[in-house]
Design a protein around this ligand. Structure first.
Ligand code: SF4
Ligand code: SF4
Length: 369
């Protein structure tokens, strides 16, 4: 096994192939303080990519309620068992196996909304939640493939049918090479490869690569009602550019964190943790950086992080991929790869006052106090 440096764990992990970082690495940041579980992202992905035969159960993008929601059933509880919390990575497999894993039962995929809106414990009538974190809590967790830097699906495939693209780091399955052994389904700790029982091959999120090739963000990102998502490209920490929105959130402010980084895969979907949730749970899911991330977000709410606050206005503001951003006194501006302006967003929405009586149309408006 080769050795690969994992910056999320600050250590080398074993990997079956010589590690090679792509020229650019696809990454998405999701602000979990803003998701409302409307499932628009799920439907946008479903109708775009998985409406074929054998894909009926497949949700490449899903949104589950934590702590009791899972798709497939129990995926992260089983992962924590497998890794003994954070003692192992998935590459610490016994002799003769490439990765640690488990294959969900067919029925495990059947309840994508199980546990929806359920809080961590029963709530008394009249309970008021004032301070953060809340003693009674839940949050929504949208999930897609993490287009990992060291993908377990790639490592496990005996046919070498899965590959990571040099140009953008997107991980794809070659349908011509796949023989349907489902080793990737077993290996992916996030359970983001799925088996098509009609086509008899594995399939997974393709990062909307035809859009990315055109400089556009994926469907799940641009359709997000809560404007919780931003797609871009992440640099390794030593090459972080503060003007790159993803680098700023992950490396500079350290407010966006990888999910279950202890897998060792260097997953590239980063989450801004929800501030209503106790730190102990957030640390288990997002690693030791959770406390700093929550403190920074709380400081932003108090007006102490104006640049971060401005950058969050770019989420959901443009279909184009932002490569850099700049903050002006009243607006935040995003630029494409060639430095051309792609969007300019005001930091304060202009208020429009309409008169109660519109003399032009001779009507009285009912929504004006
Ligand atoms: S999340 Fe799973 S399917 Fe996606 S790249 Fe990582 S290991 Fe592969
Ligand atoms: S569209 Fe956005 S707000 Fe709605 S469920 Fe998906 S991530 Fe959450």
């Amino acid at each position: 096994m080769a050795k690969a440096f994992n910056w999320q764990l600050s250590k080398e992990v074993s990997y079956p192939y010589e590690p090679k970082r792509p020229k650019k690495q696809f990454a998405v940041v999701m602000d979990l303080n803003k998701c409302i579980a409307c499932q628009t992202c799920t439907i946008a992905c479903k109708t775009t990519w998985t409406s074929g035969r054998g894909q009926e159960y497949m949700l490449w993008n899903n949104v589950e309620t934590k702590p009791w929601g899972f798709y497939p059933l129990g995926w992260d509880a089983k992962l924590l068992e497998l890794l003994e919390g954070d003692k192992k990575t998935v590459f610490d497999a016994p002799e003769g196996e490439r990765v640690l894993g488990w294959k969900p039962e067919d029925m495990d995929w059947m309840y994508p909304n199980i546990g929806e809106d359920e809080v961590n414990e029963p709530v008394d009538i009249g309970t008021v939640l004032e301070n953060f974190p809340h003693p009674i809590w839940m949050f929504y967790l949208p999930r897609i493939c993490n287009h990992c830097t060291y993908p377990a699906c790639v490592a496990a495939c005996p046919r070498q049918a899965i590959y990571k693209r040099e140009e953008d780091g997107i991980v794809l399955i070659d349908p011509e090479r796949c023989e349907g052994y489902q080793e990737c389904v077993k290996a992916c700790p996030y359970k983001k490869t799925m088996f098509n029982f009609v086509a008899r091959i594995s399939q997974k999120c393709i990062g909307c690569f035809p859009r990315v090739e055109e400089g556009l963000q994926p469907q799940c990102v641009i359709t997000c009602i809560g404007k919780i998502r931003l797609m871009g490209f992440i640099s390794p920490p030593e090459k972080a550019r503060p003007e790159n929105p993803i680098d700023f959130l992950v490396h500079i402010k350290k407010v966006a964190l990888p999910i279950y980084p202890q897998t060792g895969l260097e997953p590239n979907v980063y989450y801004i943790p929800p501030i209503n949730v106790p730190i102990r749970f957030l640390k288990q899911m997002f690693g030791p950086g959770a406390e700093h991330a929550v403190k920074t977000y709380m400081a932003m709410r108090e007006g102490k992080e104006p640049e971060l606050q401005a950058l969050l206005h770019l989420f959901g503001s443009t279909p184009r991929i932002p490569y850099s951003f700049a903050v002006g006194p009243n607006e935040v501006i995003a630029f494409d790869e060639k430095g051309r302006e792609i969007v300019r967003v005001p930091l304060v929405e202009p208020l429009q006052y309409r008169p109660h009586k519109d003399p032009r149309l001779d009507v009285v408006r009912q929504d004006i106090p």
